[in-house]
Design a protein around this ligand. Structure first.
Ligand code: ADP
Length: 366
């Protein structure tokens, strides 16, 4: 069993930079947890504190129930895969993978068995005698993972391991690491700035911003019920459309009105939205929840298509209004062309609302 528990973990660097602020995360045995957020949000620092490569300023770190704050990295039973792979250039692939075991004085036969097994899992048996410079980026990446696997650690830590790979290889390695997780039944903490990586790989995602955790949840929870505007905008590609809307009452109905969209608030949301009458809220709509039609009658929106991006399986349409730009998903074959004036309506049940000041979702539930 290998759980990792971060309790109020804080990191203050010299010069009073608070990089991580009271972070609480529970990683269960065999769970794949992804820390995600924009550059500088504190995710690498958090991972490095778990690894023991960075001192913990405040809070407690437990691995399998044991407090680890003061344990040396080598005594934490973890293995880390770095973004730049950190392979030894003068050693062969075999030696790179064996190195960690050799310095821990494992018997030769055991080392050989473990390296062979890892090489087989990662499909790099043919490469064992090569030096890193004779490997492609993807192969180096596999060796770096292999070096972690042979240790049979309690916990794997990955720090942006796919960032140096081209787009196609990244997608492939993403699937390989997910498959590896299933095969090894390992506990994994994985850091990335890429929300697609987070969504596709994580059982649980921790979204961070400015050293603070914003939300922890499954990929679909984050997508369907983001706690605030930041998470709403960060998770999802193309991102959620977010516009400022005025809340008014018209003909006995509560309406949220923005230059491009007017929606009648559904009955089950009226109560909460009513308290915003006469004020503004941020309204968020995902690109797949916008539908639109050409040639609007009596429409003074000035909403027109400015960009069309055909992706093959779907097409993204950029629609400019006076104040905003919206992105909508549409079928690959569609009737639109650049310059078309359009009318668009959101799927009212899917619209999200955020307080302008606190940025909190008005309907988030734990
Ligand atoms: P991320 O991994 O999310 O990009 P980091 O954890 O690397 O973010 O950094 C978080 C914050 O801590 C940033 O503001 C960064 O500039 C700062 N930081 C990171 N390392 C150091 C350091 N050694 N000394 C001072 N500040 C640091």
């Amino acid at each position: 069993m290998a759980e990792v528990s971060l309790k109020d973990i804080t990191k203050i660097y010299d010069g009073n930079v608070k990089a991580v602020d009271k972070v609480n995360v529970e990683v269960k045995d065999k769970e794949f947890v992804v820390l995600v957020g924009p550059s500088g949000c504190g995710k690498s620092t958090t991972l490095r504190m778990v690894a023991g490569l960075e001192d913990i300023t405040d809070g407690d770190l437990f691995i399998s129930g044991k407090r680890m704050n003061d344990e040396a990295p080598k005594d934490r039973d973890i293995a880390m895969v770095f973004q730049n792979y950190a392979l030894y250039p003068h050693m062969t692939v075999y030696e790179n993978m064996a190195f960690g075991l050799r310095i821990r004085k494992f018997p030769k036969a055991e080392i050989e068995a473990r390296v062979k097994e890892a090489a087989q899992i990662l499909d790099i048996e043919e490469l064992l005698e090569r030096k890193p410079k004779a490997l492609s980026g993807g192969q180096r990446q596999r060796v770096a993972v292999g070096r972690a696997i042979v240790r049979k650690p309690k916990v794997f830590l990955f720090d942006e391991p796919l960032s140096n790979l081209d787009a196609k290889l990244r997608v492939q390695m993403r699937a390989e690491i997910s498959a590896l997780h299933t095969r090894l039944q390992a506990t994994i903490i994985y850091v990335t700035h890429d929300q697609i990586e987070a969504m596709t790989m994580g059982d649980k995602i921790v979204v961070m911003k400015s050293g603070l955790i914003q939300q922890i949840g499954s990929p679909l929870k984050l997508y369907n019920d983001p706690i605030n505007r930041f998470v709403a905008g960060f998770i999802g590609s193309p991102p959620m459309n977010i516009a400022l809307a005025e809340v008014i009452e018209e003909g006995g109905k509560i309406i949220a009105k923005e230059e491009g969209m007017t929606i009648v608030i559904p009955k089950d949301k009226e109560e909460v939205i009513k308290s915003y009458l006469g004020r503004k809220v941020h309204m968020g709509v995902r690109p797949e929840d916008l539908t639109f039609t050409k040639k609007p009658e009596a429409n003074n929106l000035n909403a027109s298509i400015s960009v069309i991006e055909p992706l093959g399986n779907e097409t993204h349409l950029y629609i400019d209004t006076k104040e905003n730009q919206y992105i909508a998903r549409s079928l690959p074959e569609n009737e639109f062309k650049v310059g078309d004036e359009v009318n668009f309506t959101p799927n009212v049940d899917k619209v999200q609302f955020f307080d302008v000041e606190t940025e909190r979702s008005l309907f988030y539930s734990e």
